[in-house]
Design a protein around this ligand. Sequence first.
Ligand code: PLP
Length: 387
Amino acid sequence: MKPRIYFDYAATTPVDERVISAMLPYFTNIYGNPSSIHLFGQQAEAALETARDTVARTLNCLPDEVIFTSCGTESDNLAIRGVCLTRQRNYGANHILISPVEHHAVSHTTLQLEEFYGFQVEYLPVDQYGMVHPDDVATRIRQNTALVSVIYANNEIGTVNPISEIGAVCRQKGVPFHTDAVQAAVYLSVDVESLNVDLMSIGAHKFYGPKGVGALYIRKGTEIIPCQTGGGQEYSLRAGTHNVPYIVGLAEAFQLAQKESKERGDRLQKLREKLIHEVLSKIPASKLTGHPTQRMPNHTSFIFENVDGNTLLVLLDSVGFACSSGSACKTGNPEPSSVLMALGIPHSWALGSLRVTLGVNTIPEHIDMLLPALEASISQIRKQRKL
Ligand SMILES: *Cc1c(COP(=O)(O)O)cnc(C)c1O
């Protein structure tokens, strides 16, 4: 029988059973609207505020610095649009600094601000591993910079940026600093004090919580307007009736992930090292993308010369392995990912990308099974190319 092995934890994770148990009562027993005055509302509000306290404790911030949203993408949108639009109106600040390796939730938001709202977006340089260097941030911040946003851990290539140092530069220059920590939050430190961040996005489904719920940390005193207007929920920064069970689930998953991150990360890092070593030594014309050491402990990503990444994914899937190319690249119109282009990787390599991300259900045998399948698939694709 063919295996069914999941190697795509960077795309999403299964929900932890403990998280489901924590959520269940809030669908049926405690179903009130937290904004209601009556007892049903009060009970839901108590759950909401307990969840906020949990998230705040985990982030090392105050409860009213935590805003619940519908996903990581919405958190990024609120941070960027909310800060940029208000700083443009208040100070005429219309310059945005981001890295060229952001998730589309950030980069497409800033593109829209450029196209429709008169902002100028400047892209920071990155090194061959896709890492941003704090000195480059220092020299590019301007008088009229509205916001700096740099991804914490890259979803595609796993590289971890020096967020604390970049944050220190921004603070010294008096410019708000946002980081997209959606990928990072499952294994890395999320202490907003030591990270020197003013805004930080997280999303529950990347850390064994449910899909469709996220949070944004907003440091007290940060100027920001809501993107979604309506009721006064979330300190009037995010209108809409609270999704109480999902918020409870996010809080539970977040504190569990952070509590267990060291142990889980160490275990996966060993498997990751083995996988990287075996792929690079067994498969000709293969390279690791992203940083060799400053990367997510569960994350591997490769490029293979003269291999179509989509074909590779389909072949691997057909023998039971669920991997990813790392970017949302569409079949039929193979465009190399913008992240790999920013690293200066040539076309003949960039189209052959593969991301294999490990997680809670990964065991050493899975790696042992993947390797021969990967070797066979790649040599099959390369042989067909030559015909
Ligand atoms: C997954 C992801 C997002 C989007 O989060 P959703 O909760 O799926 O909207 C944003 N940024 C990064 C780095 C991600 O990995």
